[in-house]
Design a protein around this ligand. Structure first.
Ligand code: SF4
Length: 327
């Protein structure tokens, strides 16, 4: 780990000015991923700008949109009364992530910015196009049990590790971002990106920008929902496959549905074709199975992760079945 400067500010404008002045600076909030990356030599910022004191910790309902400040701790979001009442799917996704201790420190913005847990990315003696563009991908043809089955490229088959982001993409969240030219908003689904031939870029946040908050529009998906995370142990483990499922049922028919997966792609993976198939249909097991098959179109295994090709559709069907039964 190299020596680095440390500065702290409680003013958004100052934070933006500091980051824009220094190309080798980076923001730090909870630091639950960044400090690991620094210790292992994966990243070496020369300046850390501590943003923990910025006023971005509010959770409030404004015009039927829940606004969650980017510096709110994951545990505070999961325990918030409005989140529990209106977006219990997000609560479950958050509770599935990491450990209780980590959730107390990790922030919403930091959760979005966390990097893949691909072992080759963290081992600086191994080839990894994400860490060192052009060096190759150790996981293709190597140890890839945890890796992606959707949207992969010849450069990288890593997955995004977050559970919270799977819930947010299912809930049609938006991200509010501040930069030197003012604020912009993007759909959560467009925040993270596929690896393509630039796997070093995890998301579409530009250098010098700061995540301010996440907005979630209210919906009727707070009765029949489930977040099903399949993992190697029951806590403190990343997803092999995770499914966020929510149904708005009317007289046994599916009025609205949201489906997203984690542990399967370089970004939280929304199942739009499966959702379109299910809308207006009966909430039956046969329809859930047909939707799951549709969702698996274009899935591809890389050897050790081939088991996900069967695990993923089974997890979709189970998540929908549990969601339906919750009424
Ligand atoms: Fe690196 Fe991506 Fe390959 Fe992992 S899958 S070794 S992160 S390029």
């Amino acid at each position: 780990m190299i020596n680095f400067q440390y500065v702290r500010t409680s003013i958004v404008k100052t934070a933006l000015s500091l980051i824009n002045k220094d190309p080798k600076a980076t923001f730090i909030a909870g630091g639950t991923n960044l400090v690991d990356l620094m210790k292992r030599g994966v990243t070496a910022p020369e300046k850390l700008i501590d943003i923990n004191h910025l006023p971005l910790k509010k959770i409030e309902l404004v015009n039927n949109v829940l606004q969650i400040g980017a510096l709110t701790a994951n545990s505070a979001v999961a325990e918030n009364a409005l989140v529990k009442e209106k977006f219990p799917l997000l609560m479950l996704a958050l509770q599935s992530g990491a450990s209780a201790q980590l959730r107390n420190v990790a922030t919403v913005g930091g959760n979005m910015m966390q990097r893949t847990r691909c072992g080759y990315f963290y081992d600086i003696t191994m080839p990894c196009n994400k860490r060192e563009p052009g060096s190759g991908c150790g996981a293709i043809g190597g140890y890839n049990r945890m890796h992606a089955i959707f949207g992969t490229s010849e450069s990288c088959i890593a997955v995004h590790p977050s559970d919270m982001c799977v819930g947010l993409v299912a809930l049609d969240a938006k991200v509010v971002i501040a930069g030197s030219k003012g604020e912009r908003r993007i759909n959560f689904i467009d925040f993270h990106r596929l690896a393509g031939n630039t796997p070093e870029k995890d998301n579409n946040l530009q250098k010098g920008e700061l995540i301010m908050r996440v907005d979630i529009p209210t919906n009727n998906l707070n009765k029949n929902f489930h977040y099903l995370k399949v993992r190697d142990r029951s806590s403190y483990a990343f997803a092999l496959v995770a499914v966020a499922a929510a149904l708005d049922l009317k007289d046994g028919k599916i009025n609205d549905v949201r489906l997203a997966m984690g542990g399967v792609a370089h970004k939280p993976w929304r199942l739009t074709a499966a959702e379109a198939f299910l809308k207006g249909k009966e909430a039956t097991k046969a329809n859930f199975e047909a939707a799951a098959q549709l969702a698996m179109k274009d899935a591809k295994g890389y050897g050790e992760n081939d088991f996900k090709l069967k695990l993923a559709p089974n997890t979709i069907v189970e998540a929908l079945t549990v969601a339906k039964a919750k009424a």
